[in-house]
Design a protein around this ligand. Structure first.
Ligand SMILES: C[S@@+](CC[C@H](N)C(=O)[O-])C[C@H]1O[C@@H](n2cnc3c(N)ncnc32)[C@H](O)[C@@H]1O
Length: 352
């Protein structure tokens, strides 16, 4: 994702360790110790209270954002001056999440003419998600969404507690399970009958294991026929990683990419029209739309403009006009992914 950092001023104290995993797309939460101008930075870091533990031997890391890595020297000097043996070493965030004693993680961020020095309070622990991922009764790695991505999608719907979320391409129910854990009632539609059965088994297990009061209703159906199953304007939000085309072992040829895009375009157009019937006014769709880079690096994408011209939706950007404005779509791509996932948020607006 493109956004690297966001500065927030909050009045309450927060439980950073819980929040960082709830946010899912956030890697670290750090507390700003101080901010200063370029000319004061050296002196401020050297004089700051950076470590309040008792050990005289620590490992630390300074993540530098938007500034010169050479500024780490100030931290080195600080520890030397206070007589602590400090080894500068980069640890992966999931290791940081587990490391307790004798490790301190800092962030040095430059924004405009100011530098911010912050100390990390919590790091996301992807293995926490993994436990839940592998312990459910049925998994189907080739088609199931990632838990982290599912959480991010549910968060982006910006819903109030107890709202109802629909995943019309629900597979074995990853988005639905995360939505239930986050306090939403869910509905799922799936074309493949065995996945419907597996999804129900997974959600039953989840409800019992986590003692949830949230409800689920999952059935066999087609995402292009939603108005046959749900009352008009009855759904608060649709959150989904839908059908993304065939599983790719390598980059597709141009012909393969064109065929897949044409098939997905037709599917998504029908789905959006149906979604606009069952969603409440201003209801949102948070959806992953794939794009494909071919073996000769050409990019093939779904025609969103065409979809929107035929359905009652506008692209929605919840961060518009704020200091942390992000662009929509957000690209979600790990190195090993063959397809690039674009995260879109749409809001239902009736045309006049
Ligand atoms: C990427 S998987 C879904 C992952 C799922 N959202 C999750 O949370 O794990 C896409 C799913 O869409 C289903 N599918 C494809 N076409 C469909 C349609 N027209 N209606 C409903 N489901 C469909 C596929 O069978 C597959 O299970």
């Amino acid at each position: 994702m493109e956004q690297r950092s966001a500065l927030l001023e909050i009045s309450d104290t927060i439980d950073a360790k819980t929040i960082v995993n709830e946010l899912a797309g956030t890697v670290k939460i750090a507390e700003v110790l101080f901010s200063c101008k370029d000319s004061e930075l050296k002196e401020k870091i050297e004089a700051a209270s950076l470590y309040d533990g008792t050990s005289n031997k620590i490992i630390y890391f300074v993540e530098v954002i938007n500034a010169s890595p050479s500024l780490r020297e100030h931290f080195k000097r600080h520890f030397k001056m206070i007589g602590i043996k400090a080894l500068h070493k980069s640890l992966a965030p999931h290791t940081i999440a587990k490391t307790k004693q004798g490790y301190v993680d800092f962030i040095l961020l430059r924004q405009g003419s100011l530098y911010y020095v912050a100390k990390t309070l919590a790091c996301a622990d992807p293995f926490k998600f993994k436990e839940r991922d592998v312990s459910r009764p049925v998994i189907e790695p080739k088609i199931m969404s990632s838990i982290r991505l599912s959480r991010m999608l549910v968060n982006l719907a910006g819903l109030l507690p107890r709202a109802t979320i629909l995943d019309p391409f629900c597979g074995i129910g990853t988005v639905l399970q995360e939505a239930m854990l986050m306090g939403f009632d869910v509905k799922g539609v799936e074309l493949d009958e065995s996945r419907v059965k597996n999804c129900i088994e997974n959600l039953k297990w989840l409800k019992e294991s986590y003692q949830l009061k949230e409800s689920f209703d999952v059935f066999h159906g087609d995402a292009t026929r939603l108005s046959e199953y749900f009352a008009k304007e009855s759904i608060d939000a649709i959150v989904t990683e839908p059908e993304l085309g065939p599983l790719l072992k390598k980059r597709p040829s141009e012909a393969e990419a064109k065929t897949t895009i044409a098939r997905l375009q037709a599917l998504y157009e029908k789905f959006f029209k149906e979604a606009s019937v069952v969603l409440k006014p201003f209801g949102r769709i948070v959806i992953v739309i794939p794009r494909f880079r071919t073996e000769n690096f050409k990019l093939f994408d779904v025609d969103i403009e065409k979809i929107l011209s035929e359905a009652d939706f506008k692209i929605h950007n919840p961060t518009k006009g704020t200091a942390i404005e992000m662009s929509i779509p957000q690209i979600y791509k790990e190195e090993w992914h063959r397809i690039e996932r674009q995260i879109y948020i749409f809001e239902k607006h009736l045309r006049h």
